[in-house]
Design a protein around this ligand. Structure first.
Ligand code: URA
Length: 306
């Protein structure tokens, strides 16, 4: 893609040029480009084409004429057939297994983790999710894994991908304020995501990517063993709680979540990123926060019957 920008001294042209640049940048952001890797563009197609041509025109080594005793020159031996160009070095990452195989591997790997640290180490080594190869790093969790409250979002964004911790960007700051309103911070909450690698350009994870990551977050919840689970946003609620209603309808209702070892109360609420766009929703989230506070109180005073 190329664009030209002329400044004929006419103010409109100049503004038009700025608009064009803004459009191009917006296009790149939409397409998921968020990091500049170099000053100048590199045409990888031209590079590989040049490599092919160089291999095809490699000089064929011809043996020099051989002197024979009668002074004549023997014909040089026939030129050896041109050597086959060596196969190009494979520099690409190994391609991940098909999604169904990857999901099966994920289930087996997750089930084998005896504790949270082992689960994290397994995820660091897991090659089955293609998002691993586009993300900067694994975003496993933040907070206290021994906390009674666990919150799970959808997938990391740009800031989380850079820092390697969930909810550290703008929506994370809002989440911190929401929790602070009921006396909770990251020393007494544990925070993770359904998908622990950032999808390129913050796109929604595909159903296949989510299915591959699901066994890991389910095992993470089981190993952290919280008293309450809170799903932040519709995608997390749909994936973990099987909620089919939209989040506006589903939020604020306590349901049961089976960790694999026991059944705990779980609640869906609005994602803080949604609240940044729709501040009116904060009123409902405030109610959800109070409900979480009350439930934590209930559970610690033993009125839940457990
Ligand atoms: N949104 C999420 O769902 N998770 C994060 O970690 C950050 C933003």
């Amino acid at each position: 893609m190329s664009s030209t920008l002329s400044n004929s001294g006419d103010g409109d042209d100049w503004n038009g040029g700025l608009d064009a640049i803004a459009d191009i940048l917006a296009f790149h952001v939409e397409a998921g480009v968020d990091v500049a890797l170099g000053e100048a563009p590199v045409d990888r197609f031209a590079e590989s084409e040049a490599g092919r041509n160089a291999a095809g025109t490699q000089a064929v080594r011809v043996a020099p004429p051989v002197a024979v005793p009668d002074g004549s020159r023997a014909a040089p031996p026939r030129a050896a057939a041109p050597a086959r160009p060596a196969p190009a070095a494979i520099t690409a990452e190994p391609s991940p297994p098909p999604p169904d195989v990857a999901a099966l591997e994920a289930r087996e790997a997750a089930a084998s983790a005896p504790d949270i640290d082992a689960l994290r180490a397994l995820l660091e080594r897991f090659e089955g999710c293609p998002l691993k190869h586009t993300a900067t790093r694994l975003v496993f969790a933040d907070g206290n894994p021994a906390a009674r409250l666990m919150l799970v979002g959808e997938a990391p964004g740009r800031d989380e991908d850079i820092e390697g911790k969930p909810f550290v960007g703008r929506s994370g700051k809002l989440l911190d304020r929401m929790l602070a309103a009921i006396g909770i911070d990251r020393t007494n909450a544990y925070i993770a995501n359904v998908v622990p690698w950032r999808p390129p350009g913050n796109r929604t994870p595909t159903p296949q990517e989510t299915a591959i990551c699901l066994p890991f977050i389910r095992r993470q919840i089981e190993l952290a063993n919280p008293d309450l689970l809170v799903c932040l946003g519709g995608p997390s609620a749909q994936t973990l709680l099987g909620i089919r209603d939209g989040i506006t309808k589903a939020r604020g209702r306590w349901v049961e979540y089976d960790t694999g070892s026991r059944v705990i109360p779980a609640l869906a609420t609005f994602h803080p990123a949604y609240l940044l766009r729709t501040p009116l929703g904060k009123r409902m989230v405030w109610r959800d926060m109070l409900s979480i506070e009350a439930k934590l109180g209930e559970k610690s005073s033993g009125t839940s019957g457990e």
